[in-house]
Ligand binder design. Structure first.
Ligand code: FES
Length: 132
């Protein structure tokens, strides 16, 4: 059988963690890729500077769903600063790699998280720590 994906990617695609819209989210990060048309929303709930809850909605390919799922696992329980330190490559590495043509999918997930954190800081008037 032709398969270019790791077992972890397939697992997160078939059994996505923390999937779904969060109605009472404190902030949302929305990112899209105009080339492939994929769109990711990352929702966060924050308490005492910690990402207490996180979920995602992804309209996109299997790798985008798997990377979205993985980033929710990587970010949950982290501080906002630690969340910002999760890099695009961390997501792909945590999934035991992605095919080169699918690396941009992990960029979307990481960018979505960073945007959600930044939006939270902007909305909560923590503007000193927000990236303008
Ligand atoms: Fe674009 Fe996966 S093909 S996010």
């Amino acid at each position: 059988m032709f398969n270019i994906y790791s077992k972890k990617v397939i697992d997160h695609f078939k059994n996505p963690r923390n999937m779904g819209e969060m109605m009472d989210a404190d902030a949302v990060g929305e990112v899209g890729n105009p080339t492939c048309g994929d769109l990711i929303y990352i929702y966060i709930k924050v308490k005492d500077n910690i990402i207490k809850d996180i979920s995602f909605q992804t309209f996109g390919c299997g790798a985008a769903i798997a990377t979205s799922s993985m980033i929710t696992e990587l970010a949950k329980g982290k501080t906002l600063d630690e969340g910002l330190e999760i890099k695009r490559t961390d997501v792909a590495n945590a999934l035991d790699g992605l095919p080169p043509i699918k690396l941009h999918c992990s960029n979307l997930a990481a960018d979505g998280l960073h945007k959600a954190i930044n939006n939270y800081r902007m909305e909560k008037k923590d503007k000193d720590n927000a990236v303008k």
